[in-house]
Write a protein that binds this ligand. Sequence first.
Ligand code: COA
Length: 257
Amino acid sequence: MSYHNLLIQENGSITTIAINRPKKLNALNKETIQELHDAFADADADENCRVIIITGSGDKAFVAGADISEFADFDVTQGADLARKGQELLFDFVAHLETPVIAAVNGFALGGGLELAMASHFRIASDQAKMGLPEVSLGVIPGYGGTQRLAQLVGKGKAMELIMTAGMIGAEDAKEWGLVNHVVSQEELLPLCQKIAGKIARNSGTAIAAAIRSINAGFDKSKNGFETEILEFGSLFGTEDFTEGTTAFLEKRKPAF
Ligand code: COA
């Protein structure tokens, strides 16, 4: 598939999706959100793809937010629709994807950009990255899950301060806060993401999908995370990957998942 606003690179079991609107600092317009949905769905359905890396093209921005020019004249109903559709199509979709998603935060990750990074399963940042949810400076609040995921990741007090001040934090602070797992130079960012993705790709994709579902269940008030874990754990005993993983261990060889 080809896209207007995305660059897709498939490298063995790793698919890298780069948002490619550098002149607009990769801001998420409606078309890009739909394309991202399609690209994530496509990679998730591809059995060769074991890990997805999402990043921004250019050196300046991961994503500088939702495209402000598209919603500046929206009314109340259109505003609610924008948030609901965006969450369904992209942010919740990514958070619940069964293929692991790593966000490689290569520059500004603001508003919808930080929300996309936070919807990803974990984040790695370059030392150039700057993160924030500046929506209250525009008279709105984060609408793509930001009020929820930021508080889950960094705690309520820090989320309150970052959102209320519309401030930005650098990569080292983001690491200290637990928002990103690692900070490296811009040049090292994609290689480190690929190295970690390579480690993930050697493990059972079926088991990883069950781990994602179990971890997510703990953050879903309609589910019991511990009960989900028990059921997911049990169901894995009926899979080929479990037979292969345990047999390989007992035969002192590497598993072939
Ligand atoms: N929506 C639409 N366009 C955006 C955008 C966004 N969220 N963020 C940046 N752009 C556009 C700018 O309008 C500009 O376009 P132009 O060249 O046609 O005028 C281009 O991207 C470059 O941005 P610019 O502001 O000139 O770069 P800068 O280096 O001076 O500032 C930022 C960088 C990130 C600080 C600044 O662009 C910014 O504050 N962006 C908005 C961030 C935001 O509020 N996001 C949350 C949205 S809900």
